[in-house]
Design a protein around this ligand. Structure first.
Ligand SMILES: [Mg+2]
Length: 257
């Protein structure tokens, strides 16, 4: 494997704490000259923010090695809705920024009927009013997009926050429409990661803790899939399963010298 793609939440870190062994795995791969990409489904942060967090936690990376669905959101809106689309954005400020930087415009919540597209990310200020606006716009014919369907966001102490997917499902249920997923497990972010590393899927592996997003997505594009499963279990979808980043480091030390 000449390149490795790592999921962030639940693999490199949980919340603001590095996963045990993660720094060692990444240092080992760097030392071996292998290409790295950090590929997160985060719906609230763009690459620069995630790169800054990696640095803050002591992991060296450049912005170009980090990908989030927000990096391709503008382009996906171009393709599926059209250039200069009017967008109702439910989510954080960086999601709104990605819409605007993609040369689309934001529709205020009370003018949801004007929206050509509704983008729903994880929204820490989600409300009944926003649910009403988003679901009515989608039911009325606006395109429905989301960075991801991940139901939970793992945080410190073996705990979780409700994920983007939990909010998206509320909108989907009320609107009666399924969303288009911009991030994992759909192929575009994986393909962009490979293009940036200059590799084909046969030469790279994806390490992730979500069967539905990381492992199924990796298999779909032909990547070798490594399932990080601290609590064990067999998923039957990944090529390899490890219980920790420390175990992954031991395997890499044995087989990639
Ligand atoms: Mg994860």
């Amino acid at each position: 494997m000449r390149g490795f793609i790592f999921d962030l939440d639940g693999c490199v870190w949980t919340g603001d704490v590095l996963m045990p062994g993660a720094a060692d795995v990444l240092a080992l791969l760097r030392g071996q000259g292998r290409a790295l990409t950090f590929l997160t489904n985060n719906s609230r942060a763009r690459a620069a923010t995630m790169q800054a967090k990696l640095e803050r936690l002591g992991i060296q990376a450049v912005v170009n090695e980090v990908l989030t669905p927000l990096e391709i959101l503008g382009r996906v809106l171009d393709t599926h809705v059209g250039p200069a689309s009017r967008v109702l954005a439910i989510g954080g400020p960086e999601l709104e920024g990605a819409v605007v930087d993609g040369s689309h415009s934001l529709v205020p919540m009370d003018r949801y009927r004007e929206a050509q597209a509704v983008v729903v990310g994880n929204d820490f200020d989600f409300s009944y009013e926003r649910l009403t606006a988003a679901s009515r716009a989608v039911a009325g014919g606006a395109a429905f997009l989301t960075p991801n369907l991940d139901p939970r966001l793992p945080v410190e102490g073996d705990d979780f926050l409700p994920g983007c997917g939990a909010i998206v499902e509320a909108v989907a249920a009320a609107a009666g429409v399924r969303p288009l997923v911009v991030g994992k497990p759909e192929p575009p972010l994986f393909e962009l990661a490979l293009a940036r590393m200059g590799l084909t899927a046969e030469d790279a592996a994806m390490v992730g803790d979500s069967v539905n997003s990381d492992i199924r997505g990796a298999r779909r594009v032909g990547l070798t899939a490594v399932f990080l499963a601290p609590k064990g279990g067999l998923d039957g979808v990944a090529h390899y399963m490890v219980k920790s980043m420390s175990q992954l480091r031991r395997l890499l030390e044995t087989y990639t010298r």
